[in-house]
Design a protein around this ligand. Structure first.
Ligand SMILES: NC(=[NH2+])NCCC[C@H](N)C(=O)O
Length: 409
């Protein structure tokens, strides 16, 4: 049996990868907020309570929850994996250029797998390493005010973005920003070495070593034959083409990539901040952007040069109907028909719904107007608290990486 199986956006959620926010969030300071892609500093204790309730809501619906740090710790028990990760991180974090690199490498090697997991997620502060003053380089003094050798990765609880399961394979995404690239790097090790995953040798649809960026918040698995990809502040057209070529080349089952270009803005950093799927024929959208979208359909080129055929489309609804082989697609507007409410609720992730079954979604309770519209249109809404979780700018969909979904009957 394949460890990964996601052939829709809404089939009953059977297994998911989450990360419970930890000490990495306590490394946020006003000075580095923007660089670390936060708008505010969440209160960790409260955030963990909210996250535990989120995980419980998924378990209550029969979903198995895997945790990123546990899987990482498990693979680090093998010495060769530990050494491989340490050497990549040393290069990635610029430590290999420092005089103190041997001391830091030794320090990392002498940690057990739990301690190393903690460092890989919440960072390595400079004052942890003791070494002779005589070994200090000029760059040590000049960059001295930067506190870390290894940066914390506070966005890790948005497990949606570094990896995306499509069919029985996975795309290990290439992140737009340095702040998030290590999330992807560690995920690639989990994918390669975790005993539960490697047994099924899943195909890799995208490799994070490719520098064209693509993030999971932009990828929606519409069906076993079609995916939608947002072209956004985080996902480039070049990366979408590479993903499409890989999916069309091998036996992924995917025959269409529907590209939805959204405006480039912090508030809409990914497609799933403005548009998600709720049911086999229902979607929700932030109405403000609907006239600004550009839609393109990519299919395998039958003849001609190159592998891809690109067709511009006029209407999102028609394109979705075509992709899903239906004629009844409905797109519900968030914000309860009020512009101000819609904008406020979008900022708080009203359109970032996570389907746990066809027509059943998890949302933040705070988005009252949008939740009401969903209910009035036959959607079952499971509400969770998100006062602290939302401060990282993400909702239930961003906080989850579906690993397996049941097929839709
Ligand atoms: N799939 C999503 N919409 N993820 C939201 C990620 C938010 C995160 N702070 C970032 O800017 O990257």
């Amino acid at each position: 049996m394949s460890f990964y199986n996601v052939k829709s956006e809404v089939g009953k959620l059977e297994a998911v990868l989450l990360h419970r926010p930890g000490k990495e969030l306590e490394k946020l300071t006003p000075q580095y907020l923007e660089e670390l892609l936060f708008d505010d500093i969440p209160w960790l204790g409260k955030m963990q309570e909210e996250h535990d309730s989120f995980a419980d809501a998924l378990r209550n619906r029969g979903c198995k929850v895997y945790y990123y740090d546990q899987m990482l710790e498990e693979i680090l028990n093998e010495n060769h994996v530990k050494n491989e990760i340490i050497s990549e991180i040393i290069g990635f974090s610029g430590i290999s250029k420092l005089k103190e690199k041997d001391v830091i490498t030794e320090y990392l090697k002498s940690r057990d797998s739990k301690e190393l997991t903690e460092i890989l997620i919440s960072g390595l502060h400079k004052n942890v390493i003791n070494y002779q003053k005589s070994n200090r380089s000029l760059s040590y003094y000049i960059k001295d005010d930067y506190p870390y050798y290894i940066n914390p990765i506070p966005n890790l609880y948005f497990t949606r973005d570094p990896g995306t399961v499509i069919g029985n394979g996975v795309s290990i995404n290439s992140m737009k920003t340095h702040a998030r690239n290590r999330e992807t790097m560690t995920l690639s090790y989990i994918n390669k070495y975790h005993r539960d995953i490697k047994a099924s040798t899943p195909p890799l649809w995208y490799n994070y070593h490719n520098t064209d960026s693509i993030e999971g918040g932009d990828i929606l698995v519409l069906s076993e034959k079609a995916i939608a990809v947002g072209c956004s502040a985080r996902t480039s057209p070049e990366a979408i083409e590479v993903l499409a070529e890989n999916l069309f080349k091998v036996e992924s089952g995917i025959r269409e990539v529907l590209v939805i270009e959204i405006p480039v803005k912090r508030a809409y950093m990914h497609l799933d901040t403005v548009f998600t799927m709720l049911d086999i024929n229902k979607f929700t959208i932030f109405p403000e952007i609907k006239d600004e979208l550009k839609i393109f359909k990519i299919t395998p080129a039958l003849k001609g040069i190159g592998l891809l055929k690109i067709t511009p489309k006029d209407s999102l609804r028609t394109a979705l109907n075509e992709a899903l082989d239906r004629d009844d697609v409905q797109i519900l507007h968030s914000g309860g028909h009020d512009k101000i409410t819609a904008a406020r609720e979008q900022w708080n992730d009203s359109t970032n719904t996570l389907a746990v079954a066809p027509g059943t979604v998890v949302t933040y309770r705070r988005n009252k107007a949008s939740n009401e519209t969903l209910r009035n249109n036959g959607i079952e809404v499971i509400e969770i608290e998100g006062s602290e979780l939302v401060r990282g700018r993400g909702g239930p969909r961003c906080m989850s990486m579906p690993l397996r979904r049941a097929s839709i009957i």
